[in-house]
Design a protein around this ligand. Structure first.
Ligand code: PMP
Length: 358
């Protein structure tokens, strides 16, 4: 049995910005009544210009997204009150910063190199970003993280599998961080479906300062509908619900998300295919002369160190193959991040790389 960290429910409240604790959230009549003769929200009673078979688009969506949240809760082994749904996990990142961090006073820590939006969301709010480099094995440096944090560090962002390094962070390190830091630890699991690992999500029931981010944008193939979710202590979820825009997740998105969640086997098929292509690329890429190092991957992309990343990036783009240049990031000199494509796309990538190497 895990020891409960020092942050309990009461302490969680104290982490929240004063103005957010005192916020009177927007309420519409729809927060109290879902059905009846709906003359409360100035909607169009006649229908919508473009009708949609599955749902009435002339009506505002459920502000609390109860059906979708309860389905996601079932799938992740938590309760509905542990789940927040947003416009991509990017919305949850932004809202967490807005709930916990006082502009000009508080800070976040990012375990870098990592996903860029944590910094952008903090910069937008005027929140200091402290960078704590991963170890050479791209794992959390617990001592460095603890010494980088101070009393005004509200959030620590870590990403597992990490974008762009593609490796999983050690589960015991993340839990140790939760236990020993006086901050909320946000673990971004956008790529967890591609990894040989169990999600940390169910642990939010025992670890109040853990927030896990997930998304339908990757394995589920639904980046276009913009649906991400956060799994957290009910206190954190209730603040997320009170600061979000009232109807953040639209009816088309939630209908498609619910349809997708009925077909997890299809997602699993995608994952199997992508993993098998990833493993093939992991075998083939090291044979290309321009490639100096191929890092292991537990995600749907591969980090590759090559001879001259910027030139290679441009040459690939000239031939119609767009990858991500990560060479300006700390620890990632000459590194490109390559998303695993279809078999044909990967073949083309490999032949193009060989031609460029010739
Ligand atoms: N987290 C990570 C680590 C990502 O790489 C991305 C997207 N590239 C996101 C979150 C954003 O996901 P979403 O589409 O759910 O906003």
């Amino acid at each position: 049995m895990m020891t409960i960290p020092s942050i309990d429910n009461v302490a969680l409240e104290q982490f929240v910005r004063k103005n957010i604790r005192e916020l009177k959230p927007y309420r519409s009549a729809r927060h109290d009544f879902e059905s009846g003769i709906l003359l409360d929200a100035n909607e169009n009673p006649l229908g919508s210009v473009v009708p949609f078979d599955s749902a009435a688009l002339n009506r505002y969506p459920d502000p609390f997204q109860k059906t979708l949240r309860s389905r996601l809760a079932e799938l992740t082994g938590v309760q509905t009150e542990n789940v927040f749904v947003g416009v991509g996990s990017d919305e949850a990142i932004d809202l967490l910063i807005r709930i916990f961090c006082e502009p000009g006073q508080d800070s976040i820590i990012i375990a870098a190199p990592t996903y860029g939006m944590y910094r952008v969301a903090a910069d937008i709010q005027g929140i200091e970003v402290r960078t704590c480099l991963l170890t050479e094995e791209f794992q959390l440096d617990l001592n460095a993280l603890r010494s980088t944090a101070d009393a005004r560090t509200k959030l620590v962002f870590c990403c597992s599998p990490n974008n762009p390094t593609a490796n999983l962070l050690k589960r015991e390190d993340i839990l140790e961080l939760c236990k020993t830091t006086n901050s909320i630890v946000v673990v971004d699991e956008a790529y967890i479906d591609f990894a040989e690992a169990v999600s940390l999500a169910p642990l939010v029931k025992e670890v109040p300062n853990l927030v896990v981010l997930r998304t339908l944008s990757k394995a589920w193939g639904l980046a276009g509908i913009r649906l991400g979710y956060a799994i957290a202590h009910p206190t954190v979820v209730s603040y997320l619900l009170s600061v979000k825009a009232p109807y953040n997740v639209n009816t088309l998105t939630s209908t498609f998300a619910l349809k997708a969640l009925e077909q997890p086997e299809m997602m699993q098929n995608f994952v199997r295919t992508i993993i098998s292509e990833r493993e093939r690329l992991l075998r083939e890429l090291p044979k290309v002369r321009l490639v100096e190092r191929v890092y292991p991957s537990q995600a749907n992309f591969i980090l590759v160190r090559c001879r001259e990343a910027k030139t290679l990036y441009r040459e690939l783009a000239r031939r119609g193959i767009i990858v991500r240049d990560r060479s300006s990031e700390p620890m990632l000199e000459n590194c490109l991040r390559i998303t695993v494509g279809t078999r044909e796309q990967n073949n083309l990538l490999l032949t193009t790389l060989s031609e460029l190497a010739a």
